[in-house]
Ligand binder design. Structure first.
Ligand SMILES: *[C@@H]1O[C@H](CO)[C@@H](O)[C@H](O)[C@H]1NC(C)=O
Ligand SMILES: *[C@@H]1O[C@H](CO)[C@@H](O)[C@H](O)[C@H]1NC(C)=O
Ligand SMILES: *[C@@H]1O[C@H](CO)[C@@H](O)[C@H](O)[C@H]1NC(C)=O
Ligand SMILES: *[C@@H]1O[C@H](CO)[C@@H](O)[C@H](O)[C@H]1NC(C)=O
Length: 442
């Protein structure tokens, strides 16, 4: 119903011609820039504002749109929608695109037109997602480049300096998303920066930097070790300080979150299969460090508070410690698909590859050296009156103690939060209730 209505009143982006008037287009916002102000040459002392975005209405067609105007109009228009929203634009000015000029700073598009929006003539309406054809919504998961047209992170590292300054496409998984940092530049402009760590089958960590609020906002929605991105037209640079290659999100960049392509699905399988190993990679340092002095841990948390902390600290490595009064709501040791006992290399502590019996970290054949030890690796859920933490991993000596056979409990929830259980004992009900009611007054 909505469909036939839609096709009747909207001009498709593929049909746009320069100077067409009185038309209406609909599309999913797939890219968007921050608002920028420029001194107005016609009105000395005042500033004109602008921002641009890219909309798509079919796999093959997307166009750039730009709007200029006073600060209030531009800021409120920009604030009214985000990447992923569907917008209806009425009465845009259709201009011929000067490819070279346009594509220096804006995403490359297949269209020979661009849209110009003005306060007096054009309107932009955001549609709610249930008003929108699912075909349109699914475009958000379609990269704007051929699905195989990308560099792996290993390729970028291998090419090194020869890629310095090049603009390329990258398909990678998100390893962590840093906290946005806000600063003021020497010419008193406000700036922001957020570093995302990427990984794939070929490279375990690769930095991508976002310098604009729109991409930082998008990055904040990504789940470490769950989200895959296709970043089209990111700039590659050699970072002299860190002596490594890095990627930067620029105004030409369009990032597709969780792309629906065969290549992305292969990568997604890789990250799922390696999730536990990767979690263990992260935790192995603490596993072999001196054990933590439990009596120094006094802060009491609820599940809800821990999830809140995870949102704030997402992607940050610093551990924090606390006490959780909860019960084990799932303890699955019969599941064939998850191994509850793993071989660890006694030289370095990493999980030994089951098939080859090799420790890929120190490259010793564990059978030759008889250098493995068994370690529990059990996934449990922890529940209190505020919620449940899923897939906490109970490992090592803590698991041994908890289960009454000789174990450390660690956890990575969907939120990106990782919890290590350092000790797991029956709680005294009086102590638990006093602590839980006590914290309300803090
Ligand atoms: C918009 O319309 C107002 C009043 O109708 C007019 O004063 C203003 O100059 C117009 N702005 C532009 C950019 O045309
Ligand atoms: C980016 O966000 C920060 C914090 O919300 C804000 O202070 C700054 O003005 C924003 N910058 C732009 C260009 O929108
Ligand atoms: C653990 O911490 C407590 C309190 O800070 C201290 O009294 C105790 O000596 C520490 N134990 C060890 C083994 O360091
Ligand atoms: C909270 O629990 C600790 C033990 O974990 C106990 O020593 C302390 O007295 C409790 N606090 C209150 C307010 O009951």
């Amino acid at each position: 119903m909505a469909n036939s209505f839609a096709t009747r009143i909207f001009t498709t982006l593929s049909d746009l011609q320069p100077n067409m008037a009185n038309l209406k287009v609909i599309g999913i916002v797939i890219g968007k820039t921050d608002v920028k102000g420029f001194p107005d040459r016609k009105n000395i002392g005042s500033e004109r504002y602008t921002f641009s975005f890219t909309i798509r209405d079919s796999p093959a067609h997307f166009v750039n749109a730009a709007s200029w105007g006073n600060e209030d109009y531009i800021k409120s228009l920009s604030d009214s929608f985000r990447v992923g929203d569907c917008v209806i634009i009425e009465n845009p000015l259709i201009q011929r695109k000067e490819i070279e000029r346009e594509e220096k700073f804006s995403p490359a598009t297949p269209s020979n037109c661009k849209l110009l929006l003005s306060e007096n003539h054009s309107t932009v309406k955001v549609c709610s997602s249930y008003e929108v054809d699912t075909k349109l919504l699914s475009l958000i998961h379609l990269p704007v480049k051929e699905s195989h047209d990308y560099y792996s992170l290993g390729d970028i590292v291998a090419n090194g300096h020869s890629l310095n300054g090049r603009i390329i496409n990258v398909l990678a998984a998100v390893k962590s998303v840093g906290e946005p940092k806000y600063f003021t530049t020497s010419d008193r402009r406000k700036g922001q920066r957020c570093e995302v760590r990427l990984y794939d089958e070929t490279e375990s960590s690769f930095a991508m930097t976002c310098w604009d609020n729109e991409s930082i906002l998008l990055a904040q929605s990504w789940m470490p070790r769950e989200t895959v991105i296709f970043a089209s037209d990111v700039r590659i640079n050699f970072d002299k300080f860190r002596n490594c290659m890095t990627a930067t999100v620029i105004s030409k960049t369009i990032i597709t979150t969780n792309p629906d392509t065969p290549e992305a699905n292969i990568l997604l399988n890789f990250i799922r299969e390696n999730k536990e190993t990767n979690v263990l990679d992260d935790e192995i340092d603490s596993y072999f460090k001196e054990s933590i002095n439990l009596s120094t841990i006094v802060d009491v948390y609820t599940v809800e508070e821990l999830k809140g902390r995870a949102l704030k600290n997402e992607g940050k490595a610093d551990p924090s410690y606390g006490i959780l009064y909860a019960y084990i709501s799932t303890l699955n040791i019969d599941d064939e698909t998850t191994k509850v006992v793993r071989n660890r290399c006694s030289s370095c502590g990493y999980i030994v590859n089951e098939a080859s019996n090799m420790c890929t970290t120190c490259n010793k054949n564990s059978l030759d050296f008889k250098s493995v030890f068994l370690s529990f690796h059990v996934l449990i859920d922890l529940t209190d009156h505020t919620g449940t933490l899923h897939s906490c991993s109970l490992t090592g000596s803590v698991a041994e103690e908890t289960l009454g056979c000789t174990f450390v409990l660690s956890h990575r929830a969907r939120s990106g939060l990782k919890i290590s259980v350092l000790s797991c004992k029956l709680a005294d009900p009086t102590e638990a209730s006093r602590n839980l009611s006590g914290q309300k007054h803090v």
